[in-house]
Design a protein around this ligand. Structure first.
Ligand SMILES: Cc1cc2nc3c(=O)[nH]c(=O)nc-3n(C[C@H](O)[C@H](O)[C@H](O)COP(=O)(O)OP(=O)(O)OC[C@H]3O[C@@H](n4cnc5c(N)ncnc54)[C@H](O)[C@@H]3O)c2cc1C
Length: 460
């Protein structure tokens, strides 16, 4: 119990609030405090389920004035479980998920608690898209503020590159707009600097017309590894920006296109997205098809269906890290493949290598995200149910990154990384100079660091 909060404080907040104020005795408290990572089990003293920007401002003022630890829950998917706080105030944005598509102006206004499936579904009837995460339940807030890689990133840039503006409640409870014209330095910081500067209540994104999208899933036995991954590297490196892909060591799922002897066993999957038709994708990935996948599914499907096919059940144990690589020499591929043997199987763990490059490296190079000109990202992604696996998964995640470190740039993609050392965090924000610039913005908009449950930028 937090002694600083009195019943009177709660009553006052509740009276002014449009959404719900929840404490542990309330029926919906347990559901509301849930986040993706089941390793984190913190109990907020108060949950403010906001219904709009004014609720968010009231909640921020309440938390700041009572000196409570404040967590902001968007989609709830951060690896470190930053959506929750022990004994503090959780600002829950999950009810703020409206998406307003403006097909004439090719933009969409998205509330701060929406998920990527909310955006994709609203845009689909207009054949419009914007870059978001590949997993439907991840939050627009956390993903975009930390960069935002997804299937469309090589074609249209990261999620943050498509931002036209952000509405934000700052630490002082003020509601402001950031864009190229208003608070431009803050806008720069929001394109990678995470939730450090306030609570984003609305994002405006640029949309792109994309009537046809195709997804390809190719399955190989695990020992096909290095040969197939080298072909994958060459296909993507020589391919157009329209294709984007991932190599994923995983537990074979019980799907029709997965041979029975690989179901529940370690297998190698290639997931390849094409911002275009199926026949063109098949031409581009011919060398991969010739490598003899033992299972495959290639089909045109709406972009929102592609996201839905990647749904992961929440409340699973989770730990992850990442390494950017500019190039992918054969030796790095061999090391990557060899380490897959240590991944716990069966489990939901993924040992992934994703393609960056294309528009990511051409846009926003001065922004607070490291190594945009890297062409690859390796991320061991632990997702498992049994607490007995904890140390095994964490060791495997660290081992993958350490194996690849001789070939890596030394900076992680912070969105796919649990809490990091200060050195790695600074590297993840693009190095000392950019970090110092972020600190200046932090000092202006959150001088007392009330938004600190994130890859925290500490005021000087
Ligand atoms: C299954 C899974 C799939 C993923 N897939 C991808 C992917 O394809 N691409 C990718 O780039 N990343 C991906 N990620 C990583 C993802 O970018 C981060 O986990 C991100 O933090 C999730 O954002 P969230 O809003 O869901 O999480 P939350 O835990 O709610 O928030 C994460 C952080 O962002 C802050 N935040 C969230 N919303 C707001 C807001 N409106 N205003 C201010 N601060 C806010 C929070 O305070 C917190 O610090 C994935 C993660 C998981 C678990």
């Amino acid at each position: 119990m937090n002694e600083r909060i009195t019943q009177d404080d709660l009553r006052k907040l509740d009276k002014s609030f449009t959404g719900n104020i929840l404490i542990s005795e309330d029926l919906s408290y347990e559901d509301s405090r849930s986040i993706f990572n089941a390793m984190i089990d913190k109990k907020p003293r108060v949950i403010a389920r906001c219904l709009g920007e004014k609720d968010v401002a009231r909640a921020v003022n309440f938390g700041r004035d009572l000196n409570l630890e404040i967590s902001v829950r968007g989609g709830g998917h951060s690896a470190a479980g930053w959506g929750q706080t022990e004994g503090g105030l959780m600002i829950d944005l999950s009810q703020m998920n409206k998406v307003e598509v403006n097909p004439d102006n090719l933009n969409a206004r998205v509330e701060g608690g929406a998920t990527w499936i909310d955006v994709a579904k609203a845009c689909q009837p207009h054949n419009l898209v914007t870059t978001g995460g590949t997993c439907p339940g991840t939050g627009v807030g956390g993903v975009t503020l930390g960069g935002g890689w997804g299937w469309l990133a090589r074609k249209f840039g990261l999620g943050c590159d498509n931002l036209l503006g952000v509405k934000l409640v700052t630490a002082s409870g003020k509601i402001i707009k950031a864009s190229d014209k208003e608070h431009p330095e803050l806008f720069w910081a929001l394109k990678g600097g995470g939730g450090n500067f306030g609570v984003a209540t609305e994002f405006t994104f640029r949309l792109h017309s994309l009537p046809v999208t195709t997804m390809g899933y190719l399955i190989f036995p695990p020992d096909a590894g290095p040969g197939v991954v080298k072909r994958f590297r060459d296909v993507i490196s020589e391919g157009p920006d329209e294709i984007c892909g991932e190599v994923v060591y995983m537990t074979g799922p019980p799907e029709d296109f997965v041979p029975p002897d690989l179901v529940n066993q370690l297998c190698l999957g290639l997931f390849i997205f094409h911002a275009g038709p199926e026949n063109e994708l098949k031409k581009i990935i011919k060398p991969l098809l010739e490598a003899g996948p033992v299972g495959q599914l290639i089909a045109e499907m709406p972009y929102s269906d592609i996201l839905e096919s990647d749904a992961v059940e929440p409340e699973i144990r989770h730990f992850s890290s990442s390494e950017h690589l500019k190039a992918l020499p054969d030796k790095a591929i061999e090391k990557f493949c060899a380490r897959a043997q240590d991944m716990p199987v069966p489990s939901n763990c993924l040992q992934a290598l994703s393609s960056w490059g294309g528009e990511i490296g051409r846009k926003g190079l001065d922004g607070p995200i490291a190594d945009r000109d890297a062409n690859w990202l390796v991320y061991p992604f632990g997702m498992w149910a049994d607490p007995e696996y904890d140390s095994r998964v964490i060791s495997w995640v660290k081992a993958v990154c350490s194996d690849l470190s001789p070939y890596a740039t030394g900076s992680p993609y912070l969105n796919l990384t649990a809490e990091e050392s200060i050195e790695r965090k600074i590297a993840g924000y693009g190095g000392k100079k950019k970090y110092q610039r972020l600190v200046k913005v932090k000092e202006k908009y959150d001088p007392d660091n009330i938004f600190r449950l994130n890859h925290n930028i500490e005021p000087l």
